[in-house]
Write a protein that binds this ligand. Structure first.
Ligand SMILES: [Zn+2]
Length: 422
């Protein structure tokens, strides 16, 4: 839409190739005359609109992977569906690879999800969430930010890169799933297990999660905290409030222990991670009657933990504190994600350089936010980062992506390929 946008961005010539595996010169300019902002934007936008029009609420893919797969196959990618899960919760997964010139260079993987979260009340949307709609320089639709714009931009970036550099080094891959927003049991984790079993090599992975906060490119995630949940059941003895000596009130017993847990410092974080946090999410006790001491109390809590803590260490400290308070309790734990961390390296350098060249923005590395599929991919890939458009509207009513981020995002992905695979 704005032709003045990216073509005039500073440093539009990618003369250096940070982290280039071959050390070869990269192309003199990734912006050929055919690569105008309008033209790139319209091609990414066209694919994005087709993706948004497919109502792919978890775990349904609604044909998104077929659409993307067709585009990739035309480019020379080998496709492999790795669908998984029971018939009533079937998850669509796609692994696609395109090799460059034989036997050289690293493999860069674009990863992401086609599924979107439910729309919520339709009447609260200004326009149908599955009819992509442009208003005031924004494209509205469920999945616009999380993360169909990234998917479309990755596909178009790969197309442009391959067209400009048919004999590129290394290889490009896509790892896509239709269950990232849901239980995530049959999605990326299944593909990663399979790839691991057959010894597939992954060197770099960019997950297209929407990471930008105020401006496109201001934030790249180079890790995520782990997530550990507990369901605590504190047992008491039910009784009449007028006869407390015949009962044992689990709320009175648990309250000081919960206060101590809430006040505890778990670690101080480190250069990459904020301190580990403990939060209570649900508390239930009582029959609803005003004259009954409850027989038990149930508390749900969650840790978002840094690499300074381990799940085992956190569990031990919680049990020690509960024991100290003399509680009669059961505690069930769920580890929903280990933390992962990609220290500064060739991938973050290439991506940061691409962002700076395209937008002039100095990128900050961050490990805040929820979990993502990066936690699984990090098991088989030494460098995993997440980067995508503005995340202000994700999971909300009237989700959107700013139109003027679509072309720059596409070119940032393409420039990153050029930095790493030429
Ligand atoms: Zn997402």
């Amino acid at each position: 839409m704005s032709s003045s946008l990216p073509a005039s961005a500073p440093g539009s010539i990618a003369g250096t190739a940070p982290g280039s595996a071959t050390g070869a010169e990269s192309s003199s300019s990734p912006l050929s005359s055919s690569m105008h902002g309008d033209e790139v934007e319209s091609r990414t936008l066209a694919l994005l609109e087709q993706l948004i029009a497919r109502p792919s609420v978890t775990p349904h893919d609604a044909g998104c992977l077929d659409l993307i797969g067709d585009r990739l196959q035309t480019l020379g990618f080998r496709l492999e569906r790795m669908d998984s899960g029971p018939a009533d919760f079937r998850v669509a997964n796609l692994w696609a690879v395109k090799d460059g010139r034989a036997g050289s260079g690293p493999r860069l993987v674009f990863a992401g999800h086609t599924d979107v979260v439910p729309t919520g009340e339709l009447t609260r949307w200004t326009s149908d969430p599955f009819v992509p709609t442009v208003r005031n320089g924004h494209l509205f639709g469920r999945g616009a930010a999380d993360m169909k714009t990234s998917l479309a931009a990755m596909v178009v970036a790969a197309e442009d890169f391959v067209a400009a550099h048919p004999d590129h080094a290394g290889s490009i891959a896509f790892l896509l799933t239709s269950d990232e927003e849901g239980p995530a049991r049959d999605g990326t984790v299944v593909c990663v297990e399979r790839l691991k079993q057959r010894g597939e090599r992954l060197d770099f992975c960019i997950v297209g999660e929407p990471t930008s906060v105020d401006r496109l490119g201001d934030t790249v995630k180079n890790g995520r905290r782990g997530s550990l949940s507990g369901k605590l059941r504190v047992m008491g003895i039910q009784g009449h409030v007028a006869y407390p000596h015949l009962a044992r009130n689990p709320v009175h017993q648990a309250a000081p222990a919960l206060a101590a847990l809430a006040a505890m410092t778990w670690d101080a974080g480190n250069d990459y991670f904020p301190p580990t946090t403990f939060q209570i999410s649900n508390v239930q006790a009582g029959t609803g009657a005003g004259n009954v001491i409850p027989g038990e109390m149930v508390v749900d809590f969650n840790f978002r933990f840094s690499t300074e803590s381990t799940p085992q260490g956190l569990r031990e400290r919680v049990h020690a504190l509960l024991d100290e308070h003399g509680l009669d309790y059961q505690l069930d734990w769920t580890l929903s994600g280990d933390p992962f961390l990609t220290p500064v390296g060739s991938l973050s350098a290439a991506l940061s350089a691409a962002i700076a060249e395209e937008t002039g923005v100095a990128t900050e590395l961050s490990t805040t936010g929820g979990t993502s599929d990066g936690r699984f991919i990090a098991r088989i890939c030494p460098q995993v980062v997440e980067f995508g458009p503005l995340n202000a509207s994700i999971h909300k009513i009237n989700e959107f992506v700013p139109l003027d981020q679509i072309a720059p995002l596409t070119r940032i992905y393409r420039r990153t390929l050029e930095h790493l695979l030429l």
